[in-house]
Design a protein around this ligand. Structure first.
Ligand code: FE2
Length: 475
């Protein structure tokens, strides 16, 4: 398929992958339809926002400097803000007025500055909310604190001193205890280690355990249950020699090693040094939906499974902008992992639909969920989905021609009595007007489409993940 035959929806999606055109604090949104009066809070999203620095163009979509966008809902109105996150490296480059660092697969322009592995972490994947604070996060980097009212950068946050080294993109918060968990990667005494941090409801973050791994643990996401963390370590070997020598980007030194299989780690929350390891046929997963323990003590997790991880140039910027990247991208399916008390693992495909970005209501983070809300891809077109887990039955919403959804975040209705009594806040790009917004769907009737949409006057380059922060606290 050449670029002239790329489906229109894919070509349109790629058109948003250009620099965030303006940075600003909260400004009123144009409202289409009607926003729920009681919807009160802010959804913060993160994604690559700038695709070059001083004329040095990034090779891959995911190398772009991160930008935070936020849509705030209050009494039927909405306002939105967007700003680039000022990482220490971007501040340095702006001071020097030149590109300095390697970012992802884009090596820095000067070899002598690459020696030793100095690189920029663009901090462009997710948002962590903790103790009324907001942080931009990324894979294998350090969270950057963001002012929740202005989106201006506060600075790097090393988990209040608890972080041993790099910290991951995804976090999970237990609905019962309020504790948030986040993973990290460090070089241990005898090799690589996967670090587990707990950010409690009250008190400071702490390292709860460090798990030795035989290779660089590329772990993007995980699940929590009432008793466990469920982690999948893919058989991905990451060589660092070329990177440290300043010759190549770290992403050029990844090898998929399926013969080793994927290792499932079950970490007991009450005794985190007790780790059960189960090896299964190789798979790769970026994202979990949620996890829970069934009544017979079986640990269950739902996740989106790829047959393999392709560390190549899947999302090279030109391929992403043309839309080809999404045409060719590997496809994932929802799978259920069940690990019984004896450590026996069972894997079941839940649905043959191609889907990703699975989310559940926060209250279902550690509980059985009737529905998971993924981004569903059919005929090269993304749609908002509501998947019934027990049957695989799926309801989808089409947001309209030229409108391309991203991840959905579930917000419960205040007086809601049913699991699906709430709204889905879905990032959407309108290619016909080259602008971005957040669509609000009634989760009980997803197929009705959006009840209302809050629009900015400009586009936001495809954001990746978002976090809902309820309420509008006074300052
Ligand atoms: Fe992710």
């Amino acid at each position: 398929m050449d670029d002239t035959t790329i489906p229109q929806s894919r070509a349109e999606r790629g058109r948003s992958l250009h620099d965030l055109p303006e940075e600003h604090g909260f400004v009123d949104c144009e409202i289409e339809g009607r926003l729920p009066e009681e919807l009160s809070g802010t959804v913060y999203r993160n994604g690559p926002g700038l695709f070059s620095v001083f004329g040095h163009h990034y090779l891959n979509w995911l190398d772009g400097d991160g930008a935070i966008s936020a849509f705030r809902f209050d009494r039927g109105r909405a306002s939105a803000a967007a700003r680039v996150t000022l990482t220490p490296e971007l501040i340095d480059e702006r001071a020097k007025k030149e590109a300095v660092y390697t970012s992802g697969s884009t090596v820095g322009p000067h070899w002598w500055r690459r020696v030793g592995g100095q690189q920029k972490n663009p901090t462009n994947i997710h948002v962590l909310a903790w103790h009324d604070r907001v942080f931009a996060t990324t894979d294998a980097g350090m969270p950057i604190e963001i002012d929740p009212w202005t989106l201006e950068t506060v600075g790097p946050w090393k988990l209040s001193g608890a972080a041993k080294a790099m910290v991951g993109a995804h976090s999970r918060r237990c609905p019962r205890t309020g504790s948030t968990y986040i993973l990290g990667v460090a070089m241990g005494m005898t090799g690589m280690e996967l670090d587990v941090y707990e950010l409690p409801r009250a008190g400071e973050p702490r390292l709860v355990t460090a798990i030795g791994t035989h290779a660089f643990p590329f772990v993007h996401d995980f699940a929590i249950t009432e008793s466990h963390l469920v982690i999948a370590v893919p058989p991905l070997e990451v060589g660092v020699a070329g990177f440290l020598a300043g010759v190549s980007a770290p992403t050029k030194n990844m090898r998929w090693a399926p013969e080793r299989g994927t290792e499932i780690l079950l970490v007991e929350r009450a005794a985190p040094h007790a780790v059960r390891r189960i090896t299964t046929d190789a798979f790769f997963a970026f994202h979990f939906g949620h996890g829970f323990e069934s009544s017979d003590g079986t640990t269950v997790a739902h996740l989106c499974v790829f047959d393999r991880f392709d560390p190549g140039e899947a999302f090279a910027i030109d391929r992403a902008r043309s839309g080809r990247a999404w045409v060719d991208a590997a496809k994932s399916h929802l799978e259920r992992l069940e690990i019984d008390a004896n450590g026996t693992l069972r894997r079941t495909r839940v649905s043959d639909e191609v889907l990703e970005m699975p989310t559940v209501p926060h209250a279902r983070e550690t509980h059985r969920a009737t529905w998971i809300y993924p981004l569903v891809t059919r005929d090269h077109h993304d749609r908002v989905g509501k998947l019934e887990v027990a049957t695989g039955k799926i309801e989808i919403a089409d947001l309209g021609a030229h409108r391309h959804p991203g991840e959905s975040n579930f917000v419960p209705r205040r007086e809601g009595t049913h699991e699906d009594d709430g709204w889905l806040l879905t990032q959407v790009y309108d290619a016909s007007r080259h602008r971005s917004g957040v669509a609000v769907l009634d989760a009980r009737r997803v197929s009705d489409g959006a009840v209302g949409t809050a629009w900015l006057s400009h586009h936001i380059p495809v954001p990746i993940h978002g976090t809902w922060v309820p309420g509008i606290p006074g300052r």
